[in-house]
Design a protein around this ligand. Structure first.
Ligand code: PLP
Length: 411
C-alpha cells in the first residue's frame, strides 16, 4: 500500500489576508468562553434586536408560517414576485424613479448582497471609497473581492457627516465607487439632503458608482425623516441596500434587498455580472422572502419604538446621558439607528491598543463593547455601544464602564 502523504498545514486563502470583521472577533470568542463558564456578560456589541426582547411584528411571523408550505422550492434567483413588487412600491414611496422588477435582487440579508455587488465589480487595483468609521463588512467585502478599500473621513466635529473635501482628496484614476451608510452604523448619524447632493456631484464629476446602505432608514428619532441617496442621484448609477433586519426586528429571517437605480445605460455588463452571481447561489431563503410584502405593506414597523416615549428612544436618551457624564467621554447624540460611537479623551485615557482595552473591560466588568478600530476608525480612541438592553441593564452596564474608566484614569 502507498504510504500516506505527510499532512500539510491547511492554510486559509491569501484572499483573506486583508479581510477583517472584528464585530465577531477574538474578544467575542473570549466572551463566549466566559459565558460557558457561567458568567453573565452584558452585550453592548451587536445590533441583534430579537435577543433584547424586540420581537418581530406578529403579522409578519404569522404570514411566514402560513406561507411555509409554499416555500419549499427554489424561487426566481432575484426573488419572489410579490416581495419584489412590494419593494418596487417602497422605492416609489422613497421618491426613487424608474425602478422595475428586474432592478430588484433579494438576498439572504443585505450582507450577502454587499459581497455580491463588490464581487461583481472589482478587479485588482480598483479602489472603493468607504467611510471611516464604517460598518466593517463593506471594507471586508471590498478586500475579499480583490479591490482596495480607501477610507474617507466622517467628521465627528460636524455630527459625523462625511467630509466632502476629504472624499475629493482621495479620488484617483482607480477609484470606481463610493459607499455611503445612511443612517450610519456605528455613529447614528443621519445625513441631510445637502450632504447627499454633494456626494452625488462628486460621483457625477468623477464617474463613480454609488452604493447606499440604508438598512436603518426607519430607525429615526426626534421626528427625523430619511432621504434615500437614490432619490437625488438620477444621473449616477446607484445601488441601494435595505431589508427587514432592523426596521422590522427580523435579523434572523435573512431578508434583504438591493435595487439598481439611477443611470443604468452603461452598466449592462455589470448587471449581467450581478445576475450571474445571483443565479449561482440559486435564490435567497424563501420563507424570509414571504415576510417582505407583509412587512412593507403593514403598519408594524419600528415607529412606536422610536417615537416619543418609545423604548428605543428612551434607551438612546439614557445611554447618551450616562455615557457623556463620565469624565473625558464625549459623544455625538445619534439621530438614527441603534448605536453610539463615544470618544475617549486620549489625554485622560492613553489607549495604545483599543482591542486590548475592550478585552480588559470585559474581564474586569463583564461588559462587551466593540473597539473603534473594528470599524476602521483611524485612532484607538473610540468604541461602539449598542443601546438595545433595557434601561436597568444599560444603567448597570454603563455604571460598570464608568467604574472601569475611573480605574484606568488613575493608573
Ligand atoms: N448594513 C449595516 C449598516 C448594518 O449595520 C448591518 C447589520 O448590522 C447590515 C448591513 C447587515 O444586515 P443584514 O441583516 O440585512 O445582512
Amino acid at each position: 500500500a502507498a504510504a500516506a502523504a505527510v499532512p500539510r498545514p491547511v492554510k486559509k486563502s491569501a484572499k483573506l489576508a486583508d479581510v477583517c470583521y472584528d464585530i465577531r472577533g477574538p474578544v467575542l470568542v473570549r466572551a463566549k468562553q466566559m459565558e460557558d463558564e457561567g458568567l453573565k456578560i452584558t452585550k453592548l456589541n451587536i445590533g441583534n434586536l430579537a435577543s433584547f426582547g424586540f420581537d418581530a411584528p406578529e403579522e409578519i411571523q404569522l404570514d411566514m408560517i402560513r406561507n411555509l408550505p409554499n416555500s419549499a422550492g427554489y424561487s426566481d434567483s432575484k426573488g419572489i414576485f410579490a416581495a419584489r413588487k412590494a419593494i418596487m412600491h417602497y422605492t416609489q414611496q422613497k421618491h426613487i424613479k424608474g425602478v422595475t422588477l428586474e432592478d430588484i435582487y433579494i438576498g439572504n440579508g443585505v450582507s450577502e448582497l454587499i459581497v455580491m455587488a463588490m464581487n461583481a465589480l472589482l478587479d485588482a487595483g480598483d479602489e472603493v471609497l468607504v467611510p471611516a468609521p464604517d460598518y466593517p463588512l463593506w471594507t471586508a467585502a471590498v478586500s475579499l473581492s480583490g479591490g482596495t478599500p480607501v477610507h474617507y473621513v466622517c467628521d465627528e466635529a460636524n455630527g459625523w457627516l462625511p467630509d466632502l473635501d476629504d472624499i475629493r482628496s482621495r479620488i484617483t484614476p482607480n477609484t470606481r465607487a463610493l459607499v455611503l451608510i445612511n443612517p450610519n452604523n456605528p455613529t447614528g448619524a443621519l445625513y441631510p439632503e445637502e450632504t447627499l447632493r454633494g456626494i452625488v456631484d462628486i460621483a457625477r464629476q468623477h464617474g463613480l458608482i454609488l452604493y447606499a446602505d440604508e438598512v436603518y432608514d426607519k430607525v429615526l428619532y426626534d421626528g427625523a425623516s430619511h432621504t434615500s441617496l437614490a432619490a437625488v442621484s438620477d444621473e449616477v448609477l446607484t445601488i441601494v441596500f435595505n431589508g427587514l433586519s432592523k426596521n422590522y426586528r427580523s435579523c434572523g429571517y435573512r431578508a434583504g434587498w438591493m435595487v439598481v437605480c439611477g443611470d443604468k445605460r452603461h452598466a449592462q455588463d455589470y448587471i449581467e455580472g450581478l445576475n450571474m452571481l445571483a443565479s449561482m447561489r440559486l435564490c435567497a431563503n424563501v420563507p424570509g422572502q414571504y415576510a417582505i410584502q407583509t412587512a412593507l405593506g403593514g403598519y408594524q414597523s419600528i415607529d412606536d419604538l422610536v417615537g416619543p416615549g418609545g423604548r428605543l428612544r428612551r434607551q438612546r436618551d439614557l445611554a447618551h446621558e450616562l455615557i457623556t457624564a463620565i469624565p473625558g467621554v464625549s459623544c455625538v447624540k445619534p439621530k438614527a439607528a441603534l448605536y453610539m460611537f463615544p470618544r475617549l479623551d486620549p489625554e485622560m485615557y492613553p489607549i495604545a491598543d483599543d482591542q486590548a482595552f475592550i478585552a480588559e473591560l470585559l474581564e474586569a466588568e463583564r461588559v462587551l463593547l466593540v473597539q473603534g478600530t473594528g470599524f476602521n476608525w483611524i485612532k484607538p480612541d473610540h468604541f461602539r455601544l449598542v443601546f438595545l438592553p433595557h434601561e436597568d441593564d444599560l444603567r448597570d452596564a454603563i455604571g460598570r464602564i464608568a467604574r472601569f474608566l475611573d480605574g484606568y484614569r488613575k493608573r
